[in-house]
Write a protein of this length. Structure first.
Length: 439
């Protein structure tokens, strides 16, 4: 008689914060002896971790649920879309269960109800550091949940709640475990990374017998002592962020700062309920570069926000020219169900939004190409992600996985994913670099 191992199909959609939620659930599933399957046919139950940040994400999540219901029929939905009261249940009344985001306990309870775990202890082995959905050599480290801001274009606080910081000792234990398991790069994420510890009033904790404050600066220092690359994402530009830049100059953490600025015009920023002083941001960018000349600055922007005039959009383009940001992402404003910005007057026509998005990205391509050209001839550290038929594929300290550029490395020796090599930059285009191993 063949022994049947209970099997789960898992689909993870959305941002890196949601990916960490998925990793935590999958780790618990594997610890209890469940198998994780890549297809519907082999799965007894399918779990879908959904996204609902913008309408396109909602549509993608709903399509994934529909496909899983048609192909398998036994589906549990979790994540941000599940927090939208009744939307999923109304569309798919036969789902086994629906939960909101960061709800691992509820997901596990639903799985236990509909597919009890196998009791064989030999199946309960998991690798050090837990199950990761990223390659072995890098991992996302989520330091908090939720957000205290009320940006008018965003519904994250209504889905994930207010800021809740993880205990710093717990964060450090996880980081240390990941590095022990072979992780070479920690990608620090949350909804508002630089607000870390605000909700706890920066409570003192202990790690390895020494006091450690639950605060952004202290966390960065402690992570930087573990010996891996440490990359900061979603850093709201509070004044105390300036204190972290010297850590980058000293090589303690990567000289990389992801600061979502969203716009540059005062009135648009005010309508977004974002910090509304682009001139101050430009001064700080100049100071950051003086303190750490090698710093890479990444940001995201929204074009076509309700009420945005041509003059205000041109002001955003002027900001780009002055800021000379290294890496930039942009989105045409998309109404999100429940966002207060939907009620603002003078919505920008879709055709005009797309035209502005193209003009914005064309300008940024020029800025990016000019910046990458200055790096030709330099020798840099490159972390290897894999290879294609022609070259090894890697990233410099300026490149976060999946969102920034790639370095194509010519090497006459065998390299493994996670290797960090010294390479000379030999060429570039608007987004990527070419390099060869230094002999």
């Amino acid at each position: 008689m063949t022994h049947h191992i209970p099997s789960i199909g898992f689909i993870s959609l959305g941002c890196p914060k949601a990916l960490v939620d998925s990793e935590q659930i999958i780790t618990r599933l594997r610890a209890e002896g469940y198998a994780i399957q890549p297809d519907y046919e082999s799965s007894d139950v399918v779990v879908i971790n959904t996204c609902a940040f913008i309408d396109d994400a909602v549509e993608e999540s709903m399509q994934a649920i529909s496909e899983a219901m048609n192909e398998n029929g036994k589906v549990i939905v979790t994540g941000c879309l599940g927090a939208k009261q009744g939307v999923v249940e109304q569309a798919f009344p036969d789902l086994l269960a629906v939960t909101g985001p960061h709800a691992a306990d509820e997901v596990m309870a639903a799985i236990h109800l509909h597919l009890p775990p196998d009791s064989d202890p030999k199946l309960s082995l998991i690798p050090p550091g837990g199950i990761k959905l990223t390659p072995r050599h890098y991992a996302y480290l989520k330091i908090s949940e939720g957000c205290n801001h009320r940006c008018t274009f965003c519904i994250i606080p209504s889905l994930r709640g207010d800021l809740v910081s993880r205990p710093v000792s717990e964060v450090m234990d996880e980081a240390e475990g990941l590095i022990s398991a072979g992780v070479k790069e920690l990608l620090v994420v949350s909804q508002d990374t630089s607000a870390y510890g605000l909700d706890t009033r920066y409570r003192n904790d202990f790690w390895h017998g020494k006091p450690l404050k639950t605060r952004f600066l202290e966390l960065c220092k402690a992570l930087g002592e573990l010996g891996s690359w440490v990359r900061l994402h979603y850093v709201y530009p509070y004044p105390h962020v300036d204190k972290v830049i010297p850590l980058m100059a000293e090589g303690i953490i990567l000289p990389y700062l992801d600061v979502p600025l969203q716009h540059a015009n005062h009135d648009i920023l005010k309508a977004m309920k974002r910090p509304a002083n682009a001139e101050n941001i430009l001064r700080r960018i100049e100071n950051w570069r003086q303190a750490c000349p090698d710093i890479t600055l990444r940001s995201t922007f929204i074009v076509g926000f309700p009420g945005e005039t041509e003059e205000q959009f041109e002001e955003l383009l002027d900001f780009l020219r002055q800021a000379q940001l290294d890496r930039v992402g942009a989105f045409a404003y998309s109404p999100v169900d429940g966002a207060t910005a939907n009620n603002l007057e003078n919505p920008v026509p879709e055709e005009l939004k797309q035209d502005r998005l193209q003009r914005f990205m064309a300008l940024q391509e020029e800025i990016s190409a000019q910046g990458l050209a200055t790096r030709v001839g330099r020798i840099e550290d490159i972390i290897i992600d894999g290879r294609d038929e022609e070259a090894y594929i890697g990233r410099s300290k300026s490149d976060a996985p999946e969102i920034d550029g790639t370095v194509f490395v010519d090497a006459d020796k065998d390299l493994m994913a996670g290797d960090i090599v010294r390479a000379k930059i030999t060429g570039h285009n608007a987004h990527d670099l070419w390099a060869e191993i230094v002999k």
